[in-house]
Design a binder for this molecule. Structure first.
Ligand code: PLP
Length: 375
């Protein structure tokens, strides 16, 4: 298998699996229990929270573990609107958000909130000046993702965060695609709420976090026991939390070298595609893009046909995001970039990772060329 779908999910690192295994067996104890062996599990969770918080230079008390990015995004918006209750009902977001934010906003709209979407350019970059003009007296929240999952464009979150802070507006960013891939330093950026997910950085699925800036007082997600400081009740996913922290430690060690390597491989892959297949176009932002993502529009063949033919050769890629693949609706991200539906239907996403090799990419170009050019 040639796996070129790392933006959908990554294979847990063997170190992550090794860390998790004892907690799926012998060390099964409930971290809330009184006896010493359980207390040791509790200490491990506390250590994991501290390590993850350190990674983004946050206060450990600001990290709340969740079941993944979707839950964190949903909860972030709920916290924002409850914390700002009485101050307004206007929210600004971007048209390229993941469905976890997009559909949550849709729900808030039904509850009477007004949602405005910022303008983006053809590369998917939010226009910060225009966004500034959209701010109103009753704007309570700006939610703009850190990087897009389909085209990889990295948004100017430092600028947007500053803008929000200056106006007393909350700022949420969905960092699911960037956490563990590019640096995030919460001392340098004003962020009130940040979502992340472990399975995008070689950690376990069903595990994520929401960072909530200390002092921000929003609504609990789950009512029950006192776990997650009473904000998200339920016995902790111990293996998941420890696996997440292990994945973060690995990312800390490897992030720089991984991103340089992936960018080189990705750039060479795109160059070859452009040379070998006339009419290919690369989407996303040239200057500010996640190192491992290539969104490619082909001159002919719809994405589904290409995916099936690639699959027959053992190559795994995707059309847009995994979540919208299969839905057969054209990508809202490409549409927002002004790419006509007819072209977005011919667009594939290739996302590289730690195990991607140059020869795998060369083979993929060869297969695509033989499908499209016929040689
Ligand atoms: N946000 C973005 C940008 C994503 O790419 C994804 C997953 O594809 C999610 C949120 C959802 O994360 P999870 O799969 O952990 O629920």
């Amino acid at each position: 298998m040639i796996y070129l779908d790392h933006a959908a999910t990554t294979k847990p690192d063997p170190e992550v699996t090794k860390t998790m295994l004892p907690f799926l067996g012998e060390q099964f104890l409930n971290p809330s229990a009184f006896y010493q062996p359980a207390v040791r599990v509790r200490v491990k969770i506390d250590d994991a929270r501290r390590e993850i918080a350190d990674f983004i230079h946050a206060d450990p008390r600001a990290i709340f573990f969740t079941s993944g990015g979707t839950e964190a995004d949903n909860w972030a918006l709920r916290i924002a609107v409850t914390a700002m209750a009485g101050k307004g009902r206007h929210i600004i977001s971007s048209p390229v958000e993941h469905p976890a934010v997009r559909n949550s906003l849709q729900y808030l709209r039904k509850l009477g909130f007004e949602i405005s979407l910022a303008e983006i350019n053809r590369e998917g970059l939010v226009d910060v000046d225009r966004l500034k003009d959209m701010i109103r007296e009753d704007t309570i929240l700006i939610s703009v993702m850190h990087a897009n999952n389909e085209i990889g464009t990295i948004e100017p979150i430092e600028e947007i965060g500053k803008l929000a802070a200056d106006r007393g507006i909350l700022f949420h960013t969905d960092a699911v695609q960037t956490f563990g891939h590019i640096p995030i330093d919460l001392r340098k950026c004003h962020i009130d709420l940040l979502s992340a997910s472990a399975h995008k950085l070689y950690g376990p699925k069903g595990m994520g976090l929401l960072y909530v800036r200390p002092g921000l007082d929003g609504e609990k997600l789950l009512y029950g026991g006192g776990q997650e400081r009473g904000m998200r009740a339920g016995t902790e996913n111990v293996p998941g939390i420890l696996g997440f922290a292990r994945a973060v430690r690995l990312a800390e060690e490897r992030m720089d070298q991984d991103s340089v390597r992936e960018m080189k491989l990705r750039d060479a892959f795109e160059k070859k595609l452009l040379e070998e297949i006339p009419g290919v176009r690369i989407n996303g932002c040239r200057q500010s893009r996640l190192p491992g993502i290539a969104s490619v529009t082909f001159p002919e063949f719809d994405a589904e046909t290409l995916l099936v033919l690639l699959d027959q050769k053992g190559i795994c890629a995707s059309a847009g995001s995994a979540c919208s693949a299969g839905a057969r609706t054209p990508s809202h991200v490409l549409a927002a970039c002004g790419i006509p539906t007819e072209e977005s239907r011919r667009t594939l996403r290739f996302s590289l990772g730690r195990e991607t090799k140059e020869e795998d990419l060369n083979y993929t170009v060869k297969v695509l060329r033989s499908i499209i050019v016929g040689e």
